[in-house]
Design a protein around this ligand. Structure first.
Ligand code: GLU
Length: 330
């Protein structure tokens, strides 16, 4: 015990000395007073689970900021996704977040799942990036061919705090199904894939850009199918929730998927805090749009970020620093 304490004290003394030495050294080493080293700018990027698309793209964004913004110390954090990310931005714990455009809209307006909580007004838009497709994956032995067949089944509805979970609820409701009619399981994409493989659940909702790693992996080892959403339901969803668009998952996106699959999609967007320094928001936007190749290399959907479409489906007011960049280049 005594030994440990002594070691600790020596360590602390060393750290203190180190701090003093650093504190006394002129930043540029030439003795000029008043010049300080570029301060560290922490950029925490809120993504989603590791089996999704937000996470690898967030990693690529961190790399871009670290290499192009002086003093940046950017990191991608795994989170519960969209709804959890709104909270992280609201709390000042994330400086950039990937969030579904439907969820950002509900949050900003204080509607849907934000009805009780009220308006979340500290979120601002940077750009919309790529379509996030609601992919319903069912185990081959589950007997599920359509959403209606999910009644009585064990279904992964998305992680707690995910946009996926909201989409699952809305899509089931459009079929007259509630959580009372199924056994809902709140799982990340990776957990859902593992549980589908092991036969512990019958189906999973996954709202993400395709191909989604978690689905690609499960199709390699298990017999699963992608369940379509019928066109009349797609039409009804588009009326009730304006951020849904109709899409098809092209045949061959996943192993064993021989036909195009009809479903709905929302958009992934980049969100920053309203109180972010204007220069920083500007520099981050500029860095991303000047390094699109790094995003494209991280995931197919990274290639979807484009100046021409950056405002398609934008559901939040833009941050003024972002606007400044767009005014300059558009
Ligand atoms: N859109 C998903 C959600 O918010 C996360 C997607 C991803 O991780 O790629 O629930």
């Amino acid at each position: 015990m005594f030994k440990t304490n002594r070691m600790l004290m020596i360590l602390m003394a060393l750290v203190l000395m180190g701090a003093l030495i650093v504190g006394c050294t002129p930043a540029d080493g030439n003795g000029d007073e008043g010049e300080v080293e570029a301060e560290t700018i922490f950029i925490s990027i809120a993504t989603g689970g590791t089996g999704g698309v937000y996470y690898p793209l967030g990693g690529a964004m961190a790399k871009i900021f670290n290499e192009n913004i002086e003093g940046a110390n950017a990191n991608a954090e795994a989170t519960g996704a969209s709804i959890a990310n709104i909270q992280l931005v609201e709390d000042g714990d994330a400086q950039l977040a990937l969030i579904q455009n439907d969820i950002s809209y509900y949050a900003y307006e204080g509607i849907e799942m934000y009805e009780d909580k009220g308006k979340q007004e500290s979120v601002r838009g940077m750009a919309t990036v790529y379509p996030e497709t609601i992919q319903i994956v069912a185990h081959g032995d589950s007997g599920i061919e359509s959403v209606e067949d999910m009644v009585g089944k064990k279904v992964a509805v998305g992680d707690v705090g995910s946009g996926t979970e909201a989409n699952a609820r809305q899509i089931l409701a459009a079929h007259g199904i509630t959580y009372d009619d199924i056994t809902p399981d709140y799982l990340s994409f990776a957990e859902a894939a593992d549980n589908l493989r092991d036969g512990h659940i019958d189906a999973a909702f996954i709202t993400a850009g395709f191909p989604t790693a978690a689905i690609t992996e499960i199709t390699q080892v298990s017999d699963v199918k992608i369940v379509p959403v019928a066109q009349d339901i797609v039409d009804a969803l588009k009326v009730d929730y304006p951020f849904y668009t109709g899409v098809e998952i092209p045949a061959g996106t996943y192993r064993g998927q021989d036909d195009d699959v009809n479903t709905v999609a929302v958009m992934a967007m980049l969100v920053v805090p309203a109180d972010m320094d204007e220069e920083l928001a500007y520099s981050m936007t500029k860095a991303l749009f000047e390094n699109l190749d790094v995003l494209a290399a991280a995931h197919d959907r990274g290639a979807d970020l484009k100046l021409e479409s950056a405002l398609d489906g934008m559901s939040l007011p833009l941050h003024p620093g972002v606007q400044k960049y767009f005014d300059e280049v558009m």
